[in-house]
Design a protein. Structure first.
Length: 530
């Protein structure tokens, strides 16, 4: 089972994680970049850096991401001769996909980005349904749409063989730059990004959705993002209402997309499903009050929490039954930002820059009871970890003044140090540079700063950090589904979990209310009986 993590960003743009099985914040390994905003689900983080670049981090996977590319070579028997690539006009292509509808050539199949590497050259499939084939790998059939078998027969009029080549995703545990909209990414950088849709009904396993907003207020959807292709293929513009510009976007695990506009209104995307993830149309939702504007929100499976420009917290009701909800409910509290987990537990950053958890949020009481401060301490960093961070920061800073390479990999050396051969067919994973980083002016999805989850800790050289000086700017709960029993250790209260959430005086009041409710039910039909 993968570890669930609660994320937070401090005022210096450093990201920290808090596991459900731990009671200390741990600085995420060697980010080497300052982050302004992040969005996360389990194993996947999309973020906006202080350099206005979009970054992706795939971390803590139990299995490697591998894709098997396949090409079929097809031939037909010619009377009086042998098999030939001279096919009938109604036949499939000579080189095709498995169903024959698409033409595919081996030489046309390229790596989608520098995040991928070939594991081997093209090979022939030498088995069919666990039966061995000859060295040429041919399978035979009466026609291309019939069932193929391993041995040639008197009525075998067609044959085909499968070529395959495996590519592997090498960007795991690395911060990777995602391709911008323009070659000069400063022309229209992204200011907000959100990942979700991993629990959208009817979707395939590993399905994900990524939405983003640019500095010009345009809304974009990232195409073909999934667990096996985490960086996706391209950005698609999704037009909003004419004359309105977006400033913030949020995508829930079930695919509900909410957008905050600069004029204060909200847009909700309708028609979002697994077949059409970019949706069909927008629905307008007004701000809760005419004299205040929503500036930030978070969408769960059943609720939408929002913060207005006067720091007031609001909750949208009946979102589960109606995608845009029915009305706003105001909470008597003030926060800077909120974040809702997939199981609708709520976290927030307070005006004092401390982190808070909303107590007693249940399916029957989605508003909860009160805010409780998260007092989990920060795990001190060892001397070697601090020294490593300083060295990494210096490398990345000096790289701004150097000539940017096309990709931060050591492919091959052509005379000069660091020269890259982009025409190489295979890349040895052992040739990857551990501290490679993505150049600022590069195009495409590139391997970025290496995250090092296995840092050796020198217990004799541990420096103590003053946790009272930490100020938080954002909390992200999209990758955790906390249980109050786990959250108890984050709260650092003196009572145990049962005393926190089931105090004696509270249980007495609840029992009294239940008894009164039972008495009311006894007289519910009294008037009808008379």
């Amino acid at each position: 089972m993968n570890k669930q993590l609660l994320f937070a960003i401090n005022n210096y743009g450093k990201i920290f994680s808090l596991a459900t099985s731990n009671d200390q914040w741990v600085q995420f390994p060697n980010a080497c970049i300052d982050l302004k905003h992040i969005s996360a689900i389990e194993n996947f983080i999309w973020s906006i850096g202080s350099d206005n670049q979009t970054y992706l981090l795939v971390h803590n996977l139990t299995e490697a991401i591998q894709i098997k590319e396949e090409v079929y070579e097809n031939e037909r028997w010619i009377p009086g001769g042998n098999f030939s690539k001279r096919l009938l006009p109604t036949d499939r292509y000579c080189w095709s996909s498995e169903n024959g509808k698409d033409e595919k050539f081996k030489e046309n199949i390229k790596l989608p980005s520098f995040l991928w590497q070939w594991e081997h050259e093209w090979k022939l499939q030498t088995t069919l349904d666990d039966q061995d084939l000859d060295d040429d790998g041919w399978t035979y059939a009466i026609d291309f749409y019939a069932t193929f078998y391993p041995q040639k027969r008197w009525n075998s009029y067609v044959r085909r063989r499968k070529w395959f080549r495996t590519r592997i995703y090498t960007g795991v545990n690395s911060w990777c730059i995602i391709s911008p909209l323009h070659r000069d990414f400063t022309q229209e950088p992204f200011i907000c990004v959100s990942i979700g849709g991993n629990k959208i009904p009817g979707s395939q396993s590993g399905f994900m959705m990524v939405w983003a907003v640019t500095a010009q207020g345009r809304i974009f959807y990232r195409k073909n993002v999934n667990k096996m292709f985490p960086e996706g293929s391209q950005w698609l513009c999704v037009p909003a209402k004419e004359g309105s510009e977006a400033r913030y976007i949020e995508c829930s695990p079930t695919g509900s997309v909410w957008v905050v506009m600069w004029n204060g209104i909200l847009l909700v995307r309708k028609g979002v499903d697994a077949k059409l993830p970019q949706g069909r149309s927008w629905v307008v939702v007004a701000s809760p009050e005419s004299d205040s504007k929503i500036i930030q929100l978070s969408v769960g499976c059943q609720t939408v929490w929002a913060v207005t420009n006067d720091s007031r917290v609001w909750i949208r009701k009946d979102v589960e039954n109606n995608i845009e909800g029915t009305c706003w409910a105001k909470l008597n509290t003030s926060m800077l930002s909120v974040s809702v987990s997939p199981n609708d537990q709520v976290f927030a950053v307070g005006l004092d820059r401390h982190l808070y958890f909303r107590n007693e949020v249940t399916k029957s009481n989605l508003i909860g009871n009160k805010w409780i401060c998260i007092k989990a301490t920060i795990k001190p960093k060892s001397y070697q970890e601090k020294k490593s961070d300083q060295e990494e920061t210096f490398v990345s800073s000096s790289s701004f003044t150097q000539v940017a390479h096309s990709a931060p990999m050591c492919l091959t050396e052509n005379g000069s140090r660091g020269a890259l051969d982009l025409n190489i067919k295979e890349i040895n994973p052992s040739h990857r540079r551990v501290s490679a980083w993505s150049p600022k002016h590069s195009i495409g999805s590139l391997v970025g700063t290496e995250a090092k989850p296995t840092q050796l800790e020198n217990k004799n050289n541990v420096s103590i950090e003053n946790t009272n000086t930490i100020f938080w700017s954002e909390i992200i709960a999209g990758a955790v589904e906390p249980n109050p029993e786990f959250i108890y250790q984050w709260l650092k209260v003196n009572m145990d979990c049962k005393q926190v959430f089931k105090s004696k005086w509270r249980c007495m009041i609840l029992d009294s209310l239940k008894n009164l409710r039972l008495q009311e039910k006894q007289f519910q039909h009294f008037a009808c009986a008379l």
